[in-house]
Design a protein around this ligand. Sequence first.
Ligand SMILES: [Zn+2]
Length: 104
Amino acid sequence: MVHSLRDLDNRSQKHKIRTEVKQRFGGSCAYCGCTPPVLTLDHVVARCKGGFDVRSNLVGACRRCNNSKKSKELWQWWQSSPWWCELRAQRLSSEVLICKVKRS
Ligand SMILES: [Zn+2]
């Protein structure tokens, strides 16, 4: 099957977004702050909860956080986790717009 130029464009665009998102916190996990050998991409609002595949809904997260969070509501999960950090939360809120939605 022949891939069109548009496909290639989309793919390099996706790659660019992934790289940008991972570099947003200097390659460290947005939630716990560790710098794992492999940084995964986490959907802040899980895709099954209607979260989009866009920059403002993606953060770099280590496997531990990603596995622990799964599709849980961000603040609920984060604040009850042992690696909750007010400072990182503020940073994430200012970097990732969609997180501003709810904080009660
Ligand atoms: Zn982490």
